[in-house]
Design a protein around this ligand. Structure first.
Ligand SMILES: Nc1ncnc2c1ncn2[C@@H]1O[C@H](COP(=O)(O)OP(=O)(O)OP(=O)(O)O)[C@@H](O)[C@H]1O
Ligand SMILES: [Mg+2]
Length: 263
């Protein structure tokens, strides 16, 4: 059992410490994520959630601790070329989708596989169309980002990340900037991906969604993981007053909106 779970670990953070100048942002993070798992990171603003994702993707480097992603010691990467190799395998989707406004939806998705992976245009286009189908935007291949809603643009951004055939995907509050009526369609797409077995780490304020789709929920506060466990443990049976206050406050407010959308 111990060996099996060690083999299955695709991401492992051990005693990760990170400071920006004098500000200690991560104060000893330990986190193991197995292949095929969906892990949600929740916690108050400024607690270090985005920084954890940025560490995994080598966008920032910790001063102390180990980070391993599928056998690669990310904390030891010293060359930009090594970081780029890692980022081909780890997709990341942000709150701001940052599509190229002058390229069509299809070209936005085809760009990285052709330029970075050297995939032939025809093949990249075939995959892009399959992915657009998956994110339910097949009919928008020729549209420009400015012609799409926020939710549609975010789904294109997800398709763009998937076009690199990543081994895991990091989602950083991908619905936070969206109009409430388009949040549901993006969550549908992420839910499908997770059901298909994509290893996913999500920073989210959508408590109801995190409860539904996560294998593990991690609660961060002030640069530390205060608790982690099953959704049931974190959302319903935690005896930590801080967690109860946090999930109680959010799930009440957000849950009401989600109920109305029937997701
Ligand atoms: N590049 C940076 N330089 C200096 N301080 C930073 C930098 N990036 C993040 N921080 C600080 O690190 C702390 C953690 O930031 P982080 O973005 O990880 O929090 P978060 O939990 O994602 O918050 P939010 O829910 O608001 O997105 C914050 O106090 C933030 O101001
Ligand atoms: Mg953040």
């Amino acid at each position: 059992m111990t060996n099996a779970s060690a083999d299955a670990a695709i991401v492992k953070l051990e005693d990760v410490h990170l400071s920006f100048g004098q500000t200690q942002v991560l104060k000893g993070i330990d986190l193991t994520i197995n292949k095929g798992d969906a892990v949600s990171i929740i916690g108050p603003s400024g607690s270090g959630k985005s920084t954890i994702l940025r560490c995994i993707n080598a966008l920032v480097q910790p001063q102390r601790g180990h980070i391993t992603v599928d056998g690669t010691r990310v904390d030891q990467l010293s060359k930009e070329s090594e970081r780029i190799t890692l980022r081909k395998r780890v997709g990341i989707v942000f709150q701001q989708y940052n599509l190229f406004p002058h390229l069509t939806v299809l070209d936005n998705i085809v760009l990285a596989p052709t330029r970075i992976l050297g995939v032939e245009r025809r093949e990249a286009e075939k995959l892009a169309r399959e992915l657009l189908d998956k994110v339910r935007l097949a009919e928008k291949a020729g549209a420009y980002p400015g012609q799409l809603s926020g939710g549609q643009q975010q789904r294109v951004a997800i398709a763009r990340a998937l076009a690199m055939k990543p081994e895991l995907v990091l989602f950083d509050e991908v619905t936070s900037a969206l109009d409430p009526e388009t949040v549901g369609e993006v969550l549908w797409v992420i839910r499908d991906l997770i059901r298909d077995g994509m290893t996913s780490i999500l920073v989210t304020h959508e408590m109801r969604f995190a409860e539904e789709i996560s294998d593990t929920v991690v609660f961060t506060e002030n640069g530390r993981i205060v608790d982690h466990g099953s959704p049931e443990q974190i959302f319903h049976t935690s005896d930590n007053p801080r967690i109860r206050q946090f999930v109680g406050g959010l799930s009440g407010a957000r849950g009401a909106v989600r109920d109305g959308e029937g997701i």
